[in-house]
Each structure stands twice: as structure tokens, then as C-alpha cells.
Design a protein around this ligand. Structure first.
Ligand code: CA
Ligand code: CA
Ligand code: CA
Length: 820
């Protein structure tokens, strides 16, 4: 008893010391400020991504495990949009001794430099903006220091500004003014995000509140942040007034004519004392077949001690009772980035039924063990997601219209231009058309790229290829979709006697062949001509007015015959010739001709004819160009020898097996052996056993590629790549991954698929069934995330047409393996 008392005094002392140390924000070895429950990152991620303001950069706060604050930087707008200018980080200095991070930012368009110095001060950080030269006249009153708060984590929560109470709005309903366009800071490359309807004025949001001391989320300790400033006014804005993906913004305008330390804020994110993140039990939401390995991966806070013997599989009986089906010790895998991982193996349980996992106080939702759990994994994607993405069609489902027929006016020859979606049109059109001349016949077939509505030719080639591979290997006869090219009408859940995959191949081929016939070669893209309709959310049929653009009319004016308008909204075809793209198209045309023969003979013949012509012309062009080496070709070859090369090369070889003899197959054995070792290497690389990408776009495509190759390698070499390996990618996709345990495939995952995606209905915080999210986005230096209450970050939530058709191959090959 006595000894025990002494011990507890020691323990209490130790805890008190630890609590005191963890009370303070400290600059850690990974170069961010940390205390238990709070991380403050200062330009660990800078604004240099592919699409300007990706809402992933600047000063960021990860608050009790959720990245709720970002965008901290000198910005030129009250509520910056994606294409407003972002600062280039020109220098970043970390001073461990002083506990400061200093970042220098530059706006080259305005020759404007500023510095931000962030210093830990107890539980808070001081953020100071320094200027060596005053704010340029053109930015007077516009440049300010901004910090952005995630709306879905702050709406409906209470705040105070200088003692005045308020509640953060659920929907954008604050006030705006308009100002002359001449006062608007330049947007990216001079594009404009808005259509001013001929007024010559832009919209500027007014602040919701102003003052010097702001506390946000006073009713939620996990989100409470207090900001105070003596030398600058704080203004609270709602960025959603301009753009649905806007965040709440707190900002202070920089004073004009001043240098030195011009704005000082103290920012204190509240930390819940002793906070420990709840364990995330990763498992497959769609469930498990009785025979397959079943291993849950449990993600633990680094301060959360591993609980021995405490994982159980619980069975929900059909009479309403619950029973322990299995209990085992968890096995430690170890640390991976910021968390610690243990595994719970319940493979021994084979009895079909409804189960959940219990670890300590955490229990999962329920899932099935049953031999049929994989039967329907591709149905939502083929029956719903793909047909909704059919361009140039009216798409109906029951009582609901997904979209009207888009782009009835067709496509114009793009003039020489840069583009906001990473395309360029060179000075030469490489066609017989003059800039802005109508190229006839392109408004047919094809699939929307992703959360946007353009036809990316490269992706559409992939789509047709993916459907052809699916068709030739698995011959899916599923018919749930009515497709009439003559009526330009698609009706979901209405069988029409033709297998849907055949109709999808036809639909993709129609657009690609039209490009080859009308343009003479493949366009790089058929895309928006103006930024203000590129970010369209809503009915694809209303992106353009359906009337031919006539520059002799005034903007918004319609001709007397009602067929032309002065609104320059027509889509453009980007036609700079790329013979390598033409070769890819030629390959897919040959396969399409083979598949479509007997179903649509006319299209099959046209595809074959274009294949032969494109190949001949492309080879001639390439041999001419090889005298003068094409840098783009070098870049492509480099990619092939990069990280993806082993998977890519093996997949290409496996795809040829049906056309080759047994000697060829045997010749592949050493490569497949090597691949099998590569597959196993991921068990050491990370706790989840799949290739986890760390790029700005999360890695689902690489994971799916990997999964397809594992499936095919098992189909052709079951003695080298065992059946157990095919479940790796399925587990990952359907919930066994970091951050949360939701299925990355919309509606697929019995109890808990993700609920929001970056689809074209993202403004409704919704999803299109069958979409596959890119998944887990890595933020430097150690944070993975996938928001399920905020759809607008494309790098984690946007499914693409190429990726989702890749998923169909993955799912079809997995079903084949499992059914055998
Ligand atoms: Ca696009
Ligand atoms: Ca059909
Ligand atoms: Ca038009």
C-alpha cells in the first residue's frame, strides 16, 4: 500500500511535468509547431501546385487531427478564389533556437515581396508580416494577411468578435458590393473567374464582422481558435459568396506607405488537455469472403498505448443478440508518419454472418462475412457513374434529369492560347480551320473528364481501351442502360437489349473517330474557352447557351433567327498535332474496330480506316522529328522508366498472353517472380501493403494499376502470385486505410462509403454513385487526410473517367479471381 502511494506520487509528478511541457507550442524536428492536439505548419506546403490555390498551402493548422485551417499568407483578395494570384515562396528559414519560421513571398506580377515570421509564444503563435518596401500603389487596400477556416468544421458554431456574439453561417448569405473591374487584382494569366454580365464590375464580399479579438467555435473546444491583433483590424469573411469551394477568411489589410513589422496577430488554437485521437480501425467495409485473409489495421495516436489482447470480432446474431466470435492480441506493425499501427488478424473466422470489430472502447460499424460480398462492386460505376458522364446526350434516371444535351453549338478551332486546365494551343492550328471557325461534327460521343466537363482526348482513349479490355476478357453482358445515339438520350436502369459496355465503347469511339475525321488528327482536348464556365457546377446542358458564337453581335445578344449569340461561351478544340497521341488513338481504333464489328459495322470501318491513316502519318512525322529530338517524347520515356515501370511493363506483357503461345508465358516467369517480391515489399513499406502515393493528387490510380496487375499475375501465374495477394487493393479501397475507414468508392461499401466527392454535383455535398476518390492525400511533412464533409479538394475527392474505368477492370478481374 505504502509503496503504491509513493509510486503514484512519482507518476503524478511525471504527468504534471509532461502536461506542462505539452502546454507550450514547440518547434519540432519536422519543422512545425506542435503541442498535444495542435500542429501549426508554416509553408510546409507552398502555393506551387498545378492549379494555383488548391486550399492546401501556406500557414495551416491541424487541430485535433483535422486540417481545419490553411491559406495563411499575404493575399490580394478578401476571399481568394482558385485562380486569384498566389504568392511564390522564395525563401523559408527555420530557426530552432529562436523557435521561429520565416517565409518570404513574392508576387512577380506586382513586383511585391513580403515576409511572414511565425514565433511560438506559449500556447499561441505570433504571426507577423514584415515589409522592406511599402505595398505597391496598385495593391493599396487590397493586399492583406489572410487565414482560412474550413466551413464544414466551423459552420453553425458560435463566435465572438470584441465580445459581440454570432454564429457561423451554414450557407453563404452575407453581403456583397460590386466594384469596377479596373480595381480587381489581376487573376491567373489574366483569366477571369466571373461573368460580369456586361456590367464591367466584379463582386467583392463585405465582412461579416470586424474588430480586434475574434474567437471562433467558442462552443467547440476541439475547434476553438482565438485571434487577436492590436495593430490591425481583423475582418471575418465568407469565401463561399464568390465560389462554393471558398473558406471562411480572417484577414487584416496591410497598411499603405509603411515598412517594417506592419501586421501582428496572436493566434491560439485551443488544445483539449490530454487529448488522444480515437483509434481508426481500418477494415473492408464491403466485408470478406469466408476463405480470404482478414486483417484490420488499427491506426493509433502516438500517445495512445497499445492495448494488449483487447481486439475482438463480435457477431450480431439474427435474434438481436451479440456474441464474441473471436479475440486475439493485436500485433504491432510500428510507426508510419505521425501515427502508430497495430494489426488485428481475424482470418480464423469463416462463418458467414454480420460482425463488427471492437478495440478498447472503439467499435466499428458492422460488415458481412459471406461468399458474395464482391458480387456487386462494379455495378454502381457501370450502371450509374459512367452513363452520367456521357457527353452530348440527355441523361435521365427515373424522375431525375442528370443533365440535358451539352454543347449543341459544337466546337470552335482554338486560337493560339494558354489554358487554365493545363493545355496550350500553339500558333499553328495544324488544321484547315481558322481560329474560332466552327469545326463540324465534334459534338458527338465522348465522356466528361472528371469533375469538369471537357473531353480530354488522352483520357477518352484510356476509357475506350479500358472498356475494350473489360469486354474482351470478361464479356460482361450486363444491360441496365438505354442508349440511343439517334435520340441523343440515355436512360438509367432501362435495359435496351444491348450490353452496356459495348454501347460505352461505341460512345467513346464516336468522338475519337470524329476528331480524326474532322480535324485530321487527334485534338489534345475539347475544352472550355472561358474560365467563367470552366468551373461550372450544375446541369452540363447549360454550360454554353447552345447557340453559335457570333462576334458581330453584342455579348448576351441573340440573333433574330435565335440561332446565334454574342456570348463567347462556345467550347474550343485544341488541335496542335501530337503524333504520339495519334499513335495511341490508332491502337485503340484497331481494337474498337474488332469489337464493334457486327454491332456497328459503319463505325468499325471508319475506325479501321482512321487507324491506318493516323499510324502512317504519325510514323512519318515522328521520323522527320527524330532528326530534331522532341523534348515531350523524352519526358514520356522518362516516365516509363520511373516508379511505375515494373507494373506498367508487366501489365503490357500480361495483356499479350491470350494472343501468344505457352513459351511466351513461360518466358515471363522470372519477371513475375520479381513482381511477387515487389508486391510483398509493401508489407514493410507501410502498414497497409499497397503503394501509397505522396503526390499532390492522391494515389488511387497507382493503387488500381497495382491491383490490376496483381489480379492478372494471379490469373496467369497462380503458383507465383497467390490468391491472398488480390485482396490488398480491395481492402485499401473499401476502408482499410489511414485517416478514416470509409470506402473510397461512392455507394460501394455496405455500411459506410464516403459521402462526398468532387463530382459535378459537389456543390450539393453529394456524390455520383460508383465514383472512386483519389483517396488519401499526403500533406507534408507527415499528414494523410481524406475529407468526408468537404468535397472540394480535387486531389482527394475527384474521380476521373480514366480512373473509374480502370476501377471497372480492377473490379471485373477481382470478381473473376474470386468466383473461381
Ligand atoms: Ca479536365
Ligand atoms: Ca444497354
Ligand atoms: Ca454558344
Amino acid at each position: 500500500m505504502y509503496m503504491k502511494k509513493i509510486l503514484s506520487v512519482f507518476v503524478l509528478l511525471a504527468i504534471a511535468t509532461a502536461v506542462h511541457a505539452q502546454d507550450q507550442l514547440r518547434l519540432n524536428d519536422l519543422e512545425y509547431f506542435e503541442r498535444q492536439g495542435v500542429n501549426v505548419l508554416v509553408f510546409s506546403n507552398s502555393f506551387n501546385g498545378g492549379f494555383n490555390d488548391e486550399k492546401n498551402s501556406g500557414i495551416e493548422i491541424i487541430h485535433h487531427g483535422v486540417r481545419t485551417v490553411q491559406g495563411g499568407a499575404v493575399r490580394l483578395n478578401n476571399t481568394p478564389e482558385q485562380w486569384d494570384l498566389v504568392p511564390l515562396m522564395t525563401d523559408r528559414k527555420v530557426d530552432a533556437a529562436k523557435g521561429t519560421i520565416e517565409v518570404t513571398m513574392r508576387y512577380a506580377d506586382y513586383d511585391f515581396d513580403s515576409r511572414v515570421v511565425v514565433t511560438a509564444k506559449g500556447k499561441a503563435v505570433e504571426i507577423a508580416v514584415w515589409l522592406d518596401k511599402p505595398v505597391p500603389d496598385a495593391l493599396a487596400g487590397e493586399a492583406g494577411f489572410n487565414l482560412e477556416f474550413l466551413p464544414s468544421q466551423y459552420w453553425l458554431k458560435t463566435y465572438t468578435m470584441d465580445g459581440r456574439l454570432g454564429r457561423m453561417p451554414r450557407y453563404a448569405t452575407s453581403q456583397t458590393i460590386t466594384r469596377p473591374n479596373s480595381e480587381k487584382p489581376r487573376q491567373f494569366k489574366g483569366f477571369r473567374t466571373y461573368d460580369d454580365r456586361g456590367t464591367g464590375r466584379f463582386i467583392d464580399p463585405l465582412p461579416i464582422e470586424t474588430g480586434h479579438r475574434l474567437s471562433l467555435a467558442t462552443d467547440d473546444p476541439s475547434r476553438l481558435v482565438t485571434i487577436s491583433s492590436d495593430d490591425a483590424e481583423l475582418r471575418l469573411f465568407d469565401g463561399r459568396m464568390l465560389a462554393q469551394n471558398g473558406w471562411f477568411v480572417v484577414r487584416s489589410v496591410l497598411p499603405t506607405g509603411k515598412t517594417g513589422k506592419v501586421v501582428t496577430w496572436t493566434v491560439e488554437p485551443n488544445a483539449i488537455p490530454g487529448w488522444i485521437r480515437e483509434p481508426n480501425i481500418g477494415f473492408s467495409q464491403i466485408g470478406y469472403t469466408p476463405e480470404q485473409p482478414k486483417v484490420a489495421v488499427i491506426e493509433l495516436d502516438k500517445n495512445d498505448p497499445v492495448q494488449a489482447g483487447s481486439a475482438s470480432l463480435m457477431r450480431l446474431n439474427s435474434d438481436g443478440t451479440t456474441a464474441v466470435a473471436y479475440t486475439a492480441d493485436v500485433k504491432t506493425w510500428g510507426p508510419y508518419f505521425k501515427y502508430n499501427y497495430v494489426k488485428f488478424d481475424f482470418s480464423a473466422v469463416r462463418e458467414p454472418g454480420v460482425y463488427y470489430i471492437q478495440y478498447g472502447k472503439t467499435r466499428t460499424n458492422d460488415f458481412l462475412i459471406d461468399e458474395h460480398v464482391y458480387d456487386k462492386i462494379t455495378d454502381a460505376t457501370t450502371d450509374v457513374w459512367v452513363p452520367i458522364h456521357m457527353n452530348h446526350m440527355y441523361v435521365n434516371e427515373g424522375y431525375r434529369t442528370w443533365h440535358g444535351e451539352p454543347f449543341k453549338e459544337g466546337y470552335l478551332q482554338a486560337p493560339e492560347s494558354d489554358h487554365f486546365d493545363l493545355h496550350r494551343q500553339g500558333a499553328q492550328t495544324d488544321t484547315k480551320y481558322k481560329p474560332l471557325e466552327l469545326i463540324p461534327g465534334l459534338n458527338i460521343g465522348g465522356f466528361f473528364d472528371a469533375g469538369d466537363f471537357d473531353i480530354e482526348t488522352g483520357s477518352n482513349i484510356n476509357v475506350v481501351q479500358n472498356f475494350i479490355r473489360t469486354w474482351e476478357l470478361f464479356k460482361p453482358q450486363r444491360d441496365e442502360t438505354f442508349v440511343s445515339q439517334q435520340q441523343r438520350y440515355v436512360d438509367l436502369h432501362r435495359p435496351d437489349g444491348v450490353p452496356d459496355v459495348l454501347q460505352f465503347i461505341e460512345h467513346g469511339t464516336l468522338n475519337l473517330v470524329a476528331q480524326a475525321e474532322q480535324i485530321g488528327h487527334m485534338a489534345s482536348t475539347l475544352s472550355n474557352s472561358v474560365l467563367d464556365n470552366y468551373h461550372h457546377l450544375g446541369d452540363a446542358g447549360s454550360i454554353t447557351d447552345g447557340l453559335h458564337y457570333d462576334p458581330t453581335l453584342r455579348p448576351y445578344e441573340v440573333s433574330a433567327d435565335g440561332r446565334r449569340s454574342g456570348t463567347p461561351d462556345d467550347m474550343w478544340a485544341f488541335t496542335t498535332r501530337n503524333p504520339r497521341l495519334d499513335l495511341r488513338a490508332a491502337d485503340v481504333f484497331v481494337s474498337a474496330a474488332r469489337v464493334l464489328k457486327g454491332y456497328n459495322d459503319d463505325l468499325a470501318e471508319r475506325a479501321q480506316r482512321q487507324a491506318e491513316r493516323l499510324r502512317k502519318e504519325a510514323e512519318e512525322l515522328l521520323s522527320q522529328r527524330s532528326l530534331n529530338r522532341d523534348p515531350q517524347a523524352d519526358a514520356e520515356e522518362f516516365w516509363l522508366f520511373g516508379e511505375a515501370s515494373i507494373v506498367h511493363k508487366l501489365q503490357t506483357a500480361l495483356d499479350s498472353i491470350p494472343m501468344k503461345d505457352e513459351a511466351y508465358r513461360q518466358g515471363l516467369r522470372p519477371t513475375v517472380q520479381k513482381f511477387a517480391e515487389y508486391v510483398k515489399s509493401f508489407d514493410k513499406d507501410n502498414p497497409y501493403g499497397v503503394p501509397i502515393g505522396l503526390g499532390n493528387w492522391a494515389g488511387v490510380n497507382a493503387v488500381l494499376n497495382f491491383g490490376i496487375t496483381v489480379n492478372y499475375a494471379h490469373i496467369y501465374f497462380p503458383d507465383i502470385v497467390g490468391k491472398d495477394e488480390v485482396y490488398r487493393v480491395a481492402n485499401w479501397l473499401y476502408g482499410c486505410h489511414p485517416y478514416h475507414n470509409y470506402s473510397f468508392v461512392a455507394v460501394v461499401g455496405a455500411a459506410r462509403p464516403k459521402q462526398v466527392f468532387y463530382g459535378n454535383n459537389r456543390a450539393d455535398f453529394s456524390f455520383i454513385p460508383g465514383n472512386v476518390a483519389p483517396g488519401l492525400l499526403f500533406r507534408k511533412p507527415d499528414h494523410f487526410e481524406n475529407f468526408d464533409d468537404w468535397p472540394f479538394l480535387w486531389g482527394q475527392n475527384e474521380g476521373t473517367i480514366a480512373g473509374n474505368t480502370q476501377y471497372i477492370i480492377f473490379g471485373s478481374s477481382l470478381k473473376k479471381v474470386i468466383s473461381e
